[in-house]
Design a protein around this ligand. Structure first.
Ligand SMILES: Nc1ncnc2c1ncn2[C@@H]1O[C@H](COP(=O)(O)OP(=O)(O)OP(=O)(O)O)[C@@H](O)[C@H]1O
Length: 577
């Protein structure tokens, strides 16, 4: 409870006026809920004692009519407000979470699976929001109703009967507590199993084409069913205790009725209470059932919310290792970038992927990077995106460590075209404009031209306004590559990185793009990772990376004269042509 309040205290502080009105409404609703039984009891006593007059009748009739109308109005207002507050809170928590995810670095995304992150912002967040809003109702309304009912029963009907009837209640409440404690143990496990199931469903949706291509539907479905079964199994544990104990609570509650009825009849005979009093009393016993079980439900909700808050806060408390310092410097262009003895190891790996790298990248140069698959080419160049901190050595930008600059500025220097192209379900131009949202239409046209995408436009029914299908499925591999290149080019970045981004285009298109880069990116830096040497042939410097180390460097002409990986591969590629 304390945890929930401290977690959403800021929200209650901001919304205190609404919370105060809701508090007053709930007290009103709980008092008014008790009124019909009381009026009915009074009416019966008046009838039994033959004191029913026309005036009494109109008065009682009016009251019985007014009570539900008032209750309806108050409940309507309360429900309206509570729903609005729940939505506001969910919006705030969700947007804070999403903002936080954007701040996190690549290490964080290696630690958490997508499905897990999604379940934290959906089911966990729902349980926090629910607790934060329904707790007020649960506690104020139910506790209020129990207190008022017992007070009315004791003060206006019979203290003795009240004490006799409610002594049985603690046993019932203890039973409800047992159920709650047993459930708590399994809820945490269930949340983890649920996250795992979400991850598997996501993987299945993303990879369904591959699964179908390899006719693996049955195997994959089996994996899915296993995950779903595990989820159901864990939920079964949770409801098991409920199914065992809830009927016992009903039996004990029934005893309260028997006690009220038998002792009540006895007190009527003793003329210690009236028939109307007993009817009101029994009606109140009935009215207490809901609040008592609800309060136990509230404790379950509190438990769930505690677990969810822990899971939610675990993510929110993660700090990115790659972050800005207060005195981080701004940078809009550079002259020279130097890798000095850089070694890098992925956070959860034992061995470094790139080792003792020394390179100098000057403004205006075109650098080619080649090497066997898995040699570390992408890893090497992605260091410029500041996804991770290097493990050893330094990267200097104009003689200052790269960490001393604002991360956003460093990323803004770079236009990175990755190997796997992420296209969004937006139009072609919107996909390109992600590179520079405020670009003019001339800049857009130029980027399309430079990426050699112009020729594809005639096949699009609505030109650049045509929608790209889900994850770009309606595009060929080469079209996706060129669209991604246009996105990077529109940014007019100081450094353009093509990470094996020409692998799916034909030789002529590759030639066109390389020629466009030479022509239009004069004075800017291009880094091209490629397997086909034709793409890096004219680079100022070509680096050969093997097993994470630079084994050769030089121009194409220099490298084909040296014995080594480059010459061997070059001859192989020439003979295959
Ligand atoms: N996020 C990651 N976490 C752990 N290891 C990784 C990660 N990304 C890449 N690796 C590993 O680092 C090594 C180098 O990968 P990298 O993608 O840099 O090579 P590459 O030379 O670009 O390969 P390719 O030519 O096939 O694209 C590989 O062994 C790969 O498994």
């Amino acid at each position: 409870m304390k945890k929930i309040i401290s977690h959403i205290g800021w929200f209650i502080k901001v919304e205190w006026k609404q919370y105060t009105i809701m508090f007053i409404l709930l007290i009103g609703i709980s008092i008014i809920s008790l009124a019909p039984a009381k009026v009915l009891g009074e009416a019966i006593d008046i009838i039994v004692s033959s004191q029913l007059t026309r005036q009494n009748f109109i008065w009682l009739f009016g009251l019985l009519l007014l009570i539900p109308v008032l209750r309806y109005l108050m409940s309507f207002l309360y429900n309206f407000m509570v729903t609005k507050e729940a939505q506001k809170l969910a919006y705030q928590l969700r947007s804070n979470y999403l903002k936080h995810l954007f701040k996190m670095d690549s290490k964080f995304y290696e630690m958490y699976e997508k499905g897990d992150l999604i379940s934290r912002v959906t089911s966990d967040l729902d349980s926090i929001t629910q607790a934060a809003t329904s707790l007020l109702e649960g506690i104020i309304f139910n506790v209020g109703l129990i207190i008022f009912a017992i007070a009315v029963m004791g003060m206006t009907i019979s203290w003795k009967l009240t004490i006799i009837s409610i002594t049985i209640m603690p046993i019932g409440i203890t039973i409800l507590n047992i159920i709650r404690n047993k459930k708590r143990k399994y809820i945490k496990i269930h949340r983890e199993i649920y996250a795992d199931m979400t991850e598997k469903v996501l993987e299945n949706v993303e990879g369904q084409k591959t699964i179908r291509a390899y006719v693996q539907e049955e195997n994959d479905l089996k994996r899915q069913y296993d995950a779903i079964n595990k989820d159901i199994e864990s939920w079964r544990y949770i409801v098991k205790y409920e199914n065992w104990f809830t009927p016992m609570f009903e039996v004990i509650y029934g005893i309260a009725y028997i006690l009220a009825f038998s002792f009540g009849t006895f007190y009527i005979m003793q003329q210690e209470m009236t028939l109307g009093g007993l009817i009101t009393f029994v009606a109140y016993i009935g009215q207490l059932y809901g609040p008592i079980t609800s309060i136990s439900g509230i404790f379950t909700q509190i438990n769930n919310a505690h677990i969810s808050i822990d899971r939610f806060e675990q993510v929110m408390n993660e700090k990115p290792e790659v972050h800005d310092e207060i005195d981080s410097k701004a940078i809009i262009d550079f002259n020279v970038i130097e890798f000095k003895d850089v070694t890098f190891k992925y956070p959860f790996d034992k061995q470094p992927v790139i080792k003792n790298i020394d390179i100098t990248i000057k403004k205006g140069q075109t650098i080619g990077i080649v090497g066997p698959t898995g040699a570390g080419k992408s890893t090497l160049i992605r260091q410029l995106l500041r996804e991770f901190n290097v493990s050893e050595g330094t990267i200097l930008v104009d003689n200052q460590p790269i960490q001393s600059y604002k991360i956003e500025d460093i990323r803004n220097l770079v236009g990175y075209v990755p190997q796997s192209h992420i296209l969004f379900r937006r139009s072609f131009d919107e996909n390109i404009l992600i590179g520079k949202p405020n670009a003019s239409s001339q800049m857009l046209d130029k980027a399309v031209k430079l990426a050699d995408f112009e020729k594809d436009l005639m096949f699009l029914h609505d030109g650049l306004h045509t929608m790209v299908g889900e994850s770009g499925v309606s595009l060929s591999g080469g079209q996706k590559q060129r669209l991604s290149i246009a996105r990077a080019l529109i940014k007019e970045p100081a450094i353009l990185i093509l990470d094996d981004s020409l692998s799916a285009v034909d030789a002529k298109t590759e030639d066109n793009i390389i020629n466009h880069l030479k022509e239009f990116r004069k004075g800017k830096t291009n880094i091209i990772i490629a397997h086909r040497f034709s793409a890096i042939h004219d680079a100022d410097i070509i680096l050969v990376l093997e097993s994470g180390r630079i084994t050769q460097r030089g121009t194409h002409q220099e490298l084909i004269r040296q014995e080594g990986w480059y010459k061997t591969q070059f001859i192989e590629q020439m003979t295959m042509r």
